[in-house]
Design a protein around this ligand. Sequence first.
Ligand SMILES: *Cc1c(COP(=O)(O)O)cnc(C)c1O
Length: 364
Amino acid sequence: MATVASATRARPLLFDALPSLAETVPFLPLAEVPTAVERCAALSPYLGRDDVWMKRDDLISPVYGGNKVRRYEFVLADAKARGATRIVTLGGIASTQVMATARFGQHLGIPVTAVLFDQPVTRFAREAILTDVDAGATLIHGGGYLRSAWRFYKARKTQGAYVINPGAASPRANLGYVDAMLELAAQVERGEMPRPDVIVLPTGSSGTLAALALGAAWLGWDTEIVGVRITLRIATNALTIGLIRERTARWIAARAPEFGRALGSRRGRYRLFHGAIGEGYGYPTRESIEAMEWYRALTGKPGEVTYSAKALVGLRAVARDPAYAKKTILLWQTLSDVRPVIPEGTRERVPRDLQWVFEGSVPA
Ligand SMILES: *Cc1c(COP(=O)(O)O)cnc(C)c1O
């Protein structure tokens, strides 16, 4: 295992590759990179092979880790550049995006309002709400999708508000994972791991997937990105992915024409794996509950069912597929390793209309 001591960098690799981007796009260093690439040794019995790699974006920041951090280096930079005095966002009660926003908002001294929609109650959902409250976020219970959308619409009108839409998959945000592919390419060049034939990751809004596919295409890599679908098909499908990927490619090319020229008509290869989601977003499945133990064995941290466990279910299917027997597979970790210690009394500070989340027992 080869690692380079990580630290935040003053500017992303993307700005060196596309200097004209640096002139118009604000950037705020938050990520400690490069994140390590290493073997998933602990998963050998689960995957039936010992040659699968992972990229540790779970360890990307001590404030909050996971795949929102690289996006926020561009999104929160934009919020600051626009003089935002509050960030308004929307997510489920177990939303990692809301947690990341709350923690980085607190870190940067920008107040956060989050509208939360209902999803299955899990231990992770409880921890998420306590994390949001502990970070000082103002929580508004939205309930169902329609009422949540309405409350979000109203909250957006707050003066000085900078809005982060659910999933945070805007072209600006997606710069983070185009940049991450340059980081990975440098690691491959340094011999830290072989060039991956396949990258597996959990996919919701598809921003990460689309950006990795674009990044691979830009590098001229033939790597297939396998998105383990963790939200309903209506949100995660070829149409939405195609749109996000195209909008992102155009957004970058409009600011850095050399990107458009280098990319040409290539957009990268991807595929969705549909076999892990079960009943829907956030619903525990038998396989995902089992996979949580493997996630713990792999990282030493508890996983959760929505993203990390279902990703392992998808990874297992790919790793055991004979068509992939000779392929170099990389699991891109997307869940935060940071599980904040919640001070005593935080539950009492949870808004009244969210207290129900803490009643009764939960399956996972
Ligand atoms: C947000 C998130 C995802 C989904 O990423 P998208 O870019 O929205 O597809 C996957 N895993 C974890 C842990 C996340 O927090």
